[in-house]
Design a protein around this ligand. Sequence first.
Ligand code: FE2
Length: 260
Amino acid sequence: MDAPFRWQRREELPFTKENFAALLDNEIPALRIRGFASQAECKQFIGAMDGANMQYYRLAPVGYIGTAQVEYRWGKSKADYFEACARAWKDWHYVVDRSWNPLERMMKMVADLTGKPTRVADEPEGRCFAGIIRKASKGTGRHVDYAPMNTPGWNIARIDQQLGWNLFFEAPLVGGETTIWNKPWNVKAEAGKEPPMSYGLGNDAISGAESWTYKAVDGDVVIFNTRNPHEISGGKDGRERLQIGSFIGRMPDRSFVFWS
Ligand SMILES: [Fe+2]
């Protein structure tokens, strides 16, 4: 039995070059950028969502604008994904063009902080989608997001670390928390084969692991290492958990790619 992983510091740290590197190495649980967006910017963005094409998953009470690559790992083709991306960018621009662009702001901040190039991820077949807008007020199940193991064979599977950032436009004051377990996912995945299921993870995926729970706060960005199992609890006060975010993957040349 391997010794459990231990974070070197069990706290939420600010967005500095050292802390960003520590998060990539899974030495700390999370980073928070307080006031990434002003309250006025949050309101403006929510207002711009009026009339947008919000879709809902068949099985989960989660609304979204854009598309999630996770949906195209099982039973769908890569071509299906890029077809969805074209529609996703159109729906997304409806909101962003009438307000402001959080994705662009985040990509610039990561580039400035690390001194490395950032870009939206691409594959030989086309450009990925990044910056999904989500309404997940009832929470989500336990899962991991790590492209080398759940998207083998894709260009994004060449990354060696995967982070996720989310900006919260509105967040529950009670509930709506994210819990992260320090137990990086480690399964066998092969190109051309169905990847292992990364959603609905049981207790074996987190047994013996320390955890960290963070609160979503209006205007803040929180970043964590999504190779660790994580889940979101339901909001309990009627407020929405309205957010935008994407993954940040580190490529072999140390540049960063963004996708959702
Ligand atoms: Fe996730």
